[in-house]
Write a protein that binds this ligand. Structure first.
Ligand SMILES: Nc1ncnc2c1ncn2[C@@H]1O[C@H](COP(=O)(O)OP(=O)(O)O)[C@@H](O)[C@H]1O
Ligand SMILES: [Mg+2]
Length: 455
């Protein structure tokens, strides 16, 4: 192993063609932004027959967090033919390009696949790797010891004969390494070649860094555009929401009037007549619309909470008695267990009642043929004083893919649903510094609400 020292007396002709090549490389790299294409161009440029530099090249990129060199790409001379010259008429005016077809052929070649499976842990690697990465110097190895070395078995696997490696430097750190060798001809790597590799790797390092920065800027730009669109969408939704709330408010009063008169008509009409059936339909449909409007208004209203100390058990018993008729109609058996009362919480009793009513009525909807509804109040066993209310039904549960959606506003699977019940419940519970979640059990779904208890 020896560290390359700059040449003292380069020949003028060689220098000129070297400089021309470098100029062409730099033009090529500066005009290529996409990282993937850039890495293919870099390796193809130093292995292509026309540049006659090396027969194979490997690119490792360094992951600074894990301090690992990860094999990214390997290109052999057979697959580097087809580099196209585009742009100006002479060497100085033109740059190189590569087709997508060659890129995909290079990527799927066996050699490249082997390279991509190669990782070198820098911390435990041999002194040569340390020298390349830490001291950022080009290294050349032609001894057998290196090939038998266990720490970088990539050399034994991938390289034959002598090889050279140069760091890709950007911001004064090695961001990667290029390894080159000549396995077909077995040709020695000359000092001139090493010198060129160093110059080339410096340019390649900067080009890769630029491309990565460009990609990051592009990602940031896309994120910004998404955020702006979400904001605009949010504003539009807010406007629609305000309109819906106004509409609901305007509709509420005439609806109450219609419902009231239809109720009076219903009472005055003789049973079993067609007119009475019509009035009956009007009354029940008006009831449904009123409920819907109430939910829309509750959802769109700015939440104001009147915090008082209230007894959760009392609120739940209140809800159960309001729903007694529904339970009877649906043939639903209720069980309620309250471990160690009282369950005092700081909250708005009216809003908390709305939460439990929404959950209980959802369970009733899920059990049209009857079933069991179990409500439990219990304390969290450890930590802060918290009450857990669980409401479990036997309505068959919620399909797994729907579970993440149910608390979103307007998500409903019901013909006449608003999809607002759980969104409102969620908001109320969050405003009470609690949490609400749903999960499926064997026979149905269980909603679990946690609320902080008053000391
Ligand atoms: N206990 C339950 N069992 C089965 N599905 C439920 C239950 N509770 C809620 N869901 C599902 O969640 C959806 C949203 O409920 P919700 O927000 O109250 O709106 P809505 O009742 O108007 O549909 C329901 O349409 C239903 O699909
Ligand atoms: Mg509901």
């Amino acid at each position: 192993m020896r560290v390359h020292e700059p040449l003292q007396h380069p020949e003028a002709d060689n220098r000129l063609s070297e400089l021309t090549l470098l100029y062409q490389f730099s033009k090529t790299m500066l005009s290529t932004i996409r990282l993937n294409k850039l890495t293919h161009l870099i390796l193809t440029a130093i292995t292509t027959p026309s540049s006659n530099l090396f027969e194979r090249a490997i690119l490792f990129m360094r992951n600074e967090k894990s301090n690992v060199l990860q094999g990214m790409l390997g290109v052999t001379r057979q697959l580097s033919e087809g580099l196209q010259i585009v742009g100006g008429r002479d060497a100085l005016g033109s740059r190189w390009d590569i087709s997508d077809e060659i890129i995909s052929r290079q990527r799927s070649a066996e050699f490249c696949l082997q390279v991509r499976l190669t990782r070198i842990e820098i911390d435990t690697a041999c002194p040569m790797i340390h020298q390349i990465v830490s001291e950022r110097s080009v290294c050349h190895s032609d001894d057998d010891v290196c090939r038998k070395c266990q720490t970088c078995h990539f050399v034994g696997h991938l390289c034959t004969g002598s090889f050279a490696a140069a760091p890709l430097v950007a911001r004064e750190t090695a961001i990667g390494v290029i390894v080159v060798d000549n396995p077909d001809s077995g040709r020695e790597i000359s000092n001139d070649n090493l010198h060129f590799l160093q110059l080339f790797a410096n340019q390649a390092g900067m080009a890769i860094e630029n491309s990565m920065l460009y990609n990051r800027i592009e990602d940031a730009h896309l994120n910004l555009r998404d955020a702006r669109e979400r904001l605009l969408h949010g504003e539009r939704l807010a406007a629609i929401g305000e309109m819906a709330a106004n509409l609901a408010h305007e509709l509420k009063n005439p609806l109450i009037t219609i419902g009231g008169f239809a109720g009076r008509l219903l009472k005055s009409l003789p049973a079993e007549t067609r007119e009475r059936r019509y009035a009956d339909t009007i009354v029940s449909e008006v009831g449904r619309l009123e409920k819907m409007l109430a939910e829309i208004l509750a959802f769109s209203r700015k939440p104001t909470i009147c915090f008082t100390s209230c007894d959760l058990e009392e609120i739940i018993r209140d809800c159960l008695s309001s729903c007694a008729a529904t339970f009877e109609d649906h043939n639903i058996k209720i069980s309620f267990s309250s471990e160690s009362p009282p369950w005092m919480v700081s909250g708005d009793a009216h809003q908390l009642k709305q939460v439990f009513l929404n959950l209980i009525l959802n369970s009733c909807d899920a059990m049209p043929e009857g079933g069991e509804l179990a409500l439990t109040l219990e304390k969290v066993s450890s930590g802060k004083k918290t009450v857990i209310v669980s409401i479990e039904d036997t309505g068959g549960g919620i399909p797994k893919e729907m579970l993440p959606q149910i608390f979103k506003p307007f998500f409903t699977t019901k013909h006449h649903g608003t999809g607002l019940g759980l969104a409102i419940a969620n908001r109320i519970i969050l405003n009470h510094f609690g949490s609400i979640e749903a999960c499926n059990k064997e026979r149905g779904v269980v909603f679990t609400i946690m609320l902080p208890l008053l000391e």
